[in-house]
Design a binder for this molecule. Sequence first.
Ligand code: SF4
Ligand code: SF4
Length: 364
Amino acid sequence: MKYHRIIRGILEGNLRSRPYRLNISLTNLCDSRCKTCDIWKIYPEKRFALREELKTDEFRQLFRKLPSSVMWISFSGGEPHLRRDFVEIMAASFSEVRNIALVNVPNNGIRAGRCTDHWREVLAIRKRPFIHISMSIDGPREVHDDVRGVPGNYDSAMGALADIQEMIAREGNASIGIGLTISKHNYDKILPFAREVLTLGIPLKIEAADSGDLYYQGLSPDARPDLHHEGIRDTVREILALQEKMQWRRLSPFDALARNHVRGALRFLANPHRLVVPCRAATSNYALDCYGNVNPCFFYTVGLGNIRNHDYDLLALLRATQEKLGKARETIQAQQCPRCWHVCNSIDSMIDRKLRRPWTLFDV
Ligand code: SF4
Ligand code: SF4
């Protein structure tokens, strides 16, 4: 892990009001059938056009022009491995983003062969940042396959996870864990699974399901399902206790952030009308969708502009949209955005809070 790059990015980002983290959606293609996310329906329902997605060379141009503060890119989708140019995009981000230190990518593990082939190539790249790979698994076999709507997905995802663990043991400078989304569909059936995962020593990241824009693009908020259940909070609390005991090390700053993310989730679930900490979307981080649209985050999609209209230069886009950007920042500060507590933004929001208010070091 290149810690100096991480520190440089955070300091430069904060001192010069530049982003140090980007959330980039690579595609809206998805071969899953999740009950907690609608992205897989986008192309069958023709909500957007696949041909409009950014091409490999467009990503390369974007990466080349990013400011030196950017040290962390979180890629997402859709299912990133459905892009045939997945390896090229990863390699381009490694070679073109000047200060890159950290990349993370979720996987649904449905096409396990393609997923492991891609990671074999990517992990073998010699000059690359630290990579965290997250395998999405929402519970034990029958629960996961039901929530995800794809029979056999649990087995394929667990198989891919085991293969990638072996690759990481060989190549180093990477990690893999399980990303577990908790919703009304699984909250009461996942505790033994969480315990088993932690007993096996597999890092676990939990997230409460959300019906925000990221998962229901093109659908009006009224048409989105309610994924909540009051039991979710109890489940999060119980998994947090397990993670405290079995997963996190006391002195690791990364584990401290992961722990505080879960604590923050509990606070947010208790009162979703109030942000847990001041959100740093539209300051320390931005979201770029697979069509090139830039937004403060994937949940507050005010449309700051399209990167294609600004020669793939993020800073030029932000300069050209000062007025809109200012309003978006005011709205976020006033907590009038859709409000969320998602790992896409919580980590950098917590880091920046501690920089500004060091006495919150041991709080969320
Ligand atoms: S949660 Fe992931 S795997 Fe499921 S539909 Fe959404 S993008 Fe696809
Ligand atoms: S709180 Fe959530 S919805 Fe609001 S700006 Fe931050 S990340 Fe976006």
